[in-house]
Write a protein that binds this ligand. Structure first.
Ligand SMILES: [Fe+2]
Length: 263
């Protein structure tokens, strides 16, 4: 694919998104959330691409995937007024439908189209399916890492906001206890078992679990970038200073250093 093709895709995407803004502030706020997420990911993509030594075509592919990976979110919110895939529609598949209906990828060659579609299709799944090959697998892994990089950023922003307005945490998450955490969440992280939202009982549980999500980061280059941005230190900074917490932070730091060192 060419730079010009990427420019055309950007033009289409941002024009498409602009069509979702209107008189409803709730819709506007949520559309903006995903538009901003996409913009930041598009900005992060060349930074990571550089670390992987991608060639020009691969860089363009990576940015195209970042640009389009959440294209289904806008229709999803408009239709269901929620971003919860459970009970609505899988937003990745919805995105592929939007792209097909608008014939957005038809100008690309078929192998590039396949790489982009596969990466979008699986970006939000708990695990990638086995058996993906070569570049298809690489780009499917890359988008998941770039997505996570931004999830950490978003969470830290939100936690800073909660720190200033403790009542907001209660309203948003349903819990705000300062020093409360669950032993099983700590144990899970120490055993490198990832845990989901259903097991959280406090804000600290969520932060501890997020630190544990590093086991799902595919590439050391992503970890390196996250470390460089101080994301882990910032996250850990929201936790109370207690023995269990210190053990978690130590464990996470050891793991990061091990992986960064070995790559
Ligand atoms: Fe997504």
């Amino acid at each position: 694919m060419t730079e010009q093709q990427l420019e055309q895709l950007k033009k289409w995407f941002y024009g498409y998104v602009a069509g979702f803004y209107g008189g409803d502030e709730l819709v506007n706020d949520n559309i903006r959330l995903k538009e901003d997420h996409t913009r930041r990911m598009c900005a992060d993509t060349p930074i990571l691409a550089e670390q992987f030594g991608l060639n020009q075509r691969q860089k363009l592919l990576a940015e195209t995937i970042s640009l389009l990976h959440d294209v289904g979110r806008f229709e999803q919110f408009k239709k269901y007024r929620t971003y919860n895939d459970v009970g609505t529609e899988n937003h990745s598949l919805l995105g592929l439908k939007v792209l097909a209906e608008n014939k957005i990828l038809d100008g690309l060659d078929s192998s590039e189209k396949e790489i982009i579609e596969t990466a979008i299709k699986f970006h939000g799944e708990k695990d990638l399916p086995k058996g993906l090959e070569g570049e298809t697998e690489f780009f499917a892994k890359l988008i998941r890492d770039i997505d996570k990089l931004d999830i950490y950023y978003v969470m830290i922003e939100r936690l800073e906001d909660f720190q200033k307005n403790p009542n907001k945490a209660q309203a948003t998450l349903g819990f705000s206890e300062k020093d409360k955490y669950s032993k099983n969440v700590v144990e899970a992280v120490l055993k490198n078992r990832t845990i989901g939202y259903e097991e959280f009982h406090s804000l600290n549980d969520m932060i501890i679990a997020m630190l544990g999500w590093i086991v799902d980061i595919n590439f050391a280059a992503t970890l390196k970038e996250m470390k460089k941005r101080g994301l882990f230190d910032k996250l850990a900074g929201f936790l109370p200073d207690m023995d269990d917490i210190r053990a978690v932070v130590r464990h996470i730091n050891n793991q990061i250093n091990e992986r960064i060192g070995s790559d």
